[in-house]
Write a protein that binds this ligand. Sequence first.
Ligand SMILES: *[C@@H]1O[C@H](CO)[C@@H](O)[C@H](O)[C@H]1NC(C)=O
Ligand SMILES: *[C@@H]1O[C@H](CO)[C@@H](O)[C@H](O)[C@H]1NC(C)=O
Ligand SMILES: *[C@@H]1O[C@H](CO)[C@@H](O)[C@H](O)[C@H]1NC(C)=O
Length: 529
Amino acid sequence: MSTTEAKQSPMKLKLRVLHVIRLVISTVARFFFSLYYGTEGVKISEITDDILKQPAVEVARRIRNKEITSVEVLETCIRRIKDVNSALNCFVEDRFELALKEAREADELVRNGTMTPEQLEKEKPFLGVPFTTKDCMSVKGLHHTSGVVLRKDVIADRDADVIRLLKEKGAILIGLTNVPELCMWWESHNHIYGRTKNPYNTTRIVGGSSGGEGAIQAAAGSIFGVGSDIGGSIRMPAFFNGIFGHKPSKFIVSNDGQYPPPVTDLRNSFLGTGPMTRHAVDLKPLLGIMAGENSTKLKLDQPVDITKLKVYYQVSNNAPLTDPVDPDIVTAMKQVATFLERQHNIKIEEKNIKLLKKSMPIWMTTMKEETTFEKYIMTKAGVGNIIKEIFKNIIGCSGNTLIGLLTALSDRSGAQYGTEEYNYYLKLRDQLEKEFTDMLGDDGVFLFPTHPTPAPYHNEPLVRAFNFSYTAIINCLGMPATTVPLGLGREGLPIGIQIVSNHNNDRLCLTVAEELDRAFGGWVEPQKS
Ligand SMILES: *[C@@H]1O[C@H](CO)[C@@H](O)[C@H](O)[C@H]1NC(C)=O
Ligand SMILES: *[C@@H]1O[C@H](CO)[C@@H](O)[C@H](O)[C@H]1NC(C)=O
Ligand SMILES: *[C@@H]1O[C@H](CO)[C@@H](O)[C@H](O)[C@H]1NC(C)=O
């Protein structure tokens, strides 16, 4: 043992011991999970309709050029949803009738020549294109539960800003997809709609909170999706389901109409509402629409010269209590670096940003608000009531999920909103943001794992709770980040990375995502895995 190690502080030693204990628990748990789920698993059917494999921009082009009707596209989506949903349980509420009416109107607008195809492309670029969104997003006339049993009968009376903006540009909403209880976990399971399963292997999770959306996009049940992300809720499901997902820069896309609403400005800066797609080429145009009047701040039309970018990468955050990054992911990331270096003559620099080690406590602490978690999911607050619900959960008669209750307990522990410790972590956050801003400047992108492992088994996130720190820390920085799929790993599950750029430089990470989609093949059809 070296002298420096011998001199380690008791705190460090404690962390080490905890780390080993966690490793043992997660390894033993994996063994039992594999025994439990090993022989299970349902295959979904092949995608037979070519239109479902096309980018949204291409579907839109075909509709306005009368090569296909919106009604045909919509009916194809509805068939596909019905086909896969018994296996995946990702789609929770439909508006098929209303959507069909809107599709007929879209077709009528194309047919009667009120607008030329050029006019349509400009004013209604997604005319007739069906999409889906998660059940925490307000959509007039549909349920708005956010997976909370107390809200199972809540019906929204208006459309969230993003939904309204997309509808104005011609897109047609088909329905809602599943989320975790209060959208606050990375596994999509709740006691209203149950558990959503991964299209690549139904024994595995889809991630959360936009988990139903990740699954339906991977399975090609809708042409594009809308998610939201406060700790990785777009990027993790995109990663686990092998699609693209973009969390925009802070304060660009309106977070209006989401439950729970971000109460503080800081929390609003963490939350990003953005697109989830099978094709990278759809991300920029969709983001442009979702940003409304703020889209000019992103200069999305300004061409990006990839050869002029500075590229940085880091393969691990080296944080205690998180898994080592899967070798498949490390390899894929290095392949991306090599590709960019060789193909575009870019200099790549490996980083070791020390503060990333503190990702989890920074996120956990700065996420704290005056309203505690339990007040959203229970009628009566208090530790006693949480414990009571945990017992009820064990015997199968609580409306709350176990993880929801454990989150409520953990929300009560640790540093609270406004305390000295809270302010300490706020300072660390500021420091890290400065470090990132200085590094990225106006021409930098940062490659980083989205998550250390491919999709674990259902329930397994309980013993790997902190693995989501890779996405969460980027929320704290308010920076844009795109998840890019990079094929399937050795277990036949999707792998990939995220690409981060500086505030309002979304076009940089989106351009790199488009380039990697072309070079690495992007989304892989699930049944071909
Ligand atoms: C799904 O995962 C299980 C457990 O790892 C495995 O036995 C099974 O072969 C996988 N199924 C597919 C379709 O890859
Ligand atoms: C064309 O169809 C649209 C959508 O149904 C309708 O609003 C518009 O009035 C129609 N225009 C003409 C000239 O019929
Ligand atoms: C534009 O950004 C501001 C905050 O910077 C936000 O309040 C507003 O809702 C955004 N507008 C849209 C259309 O998203």
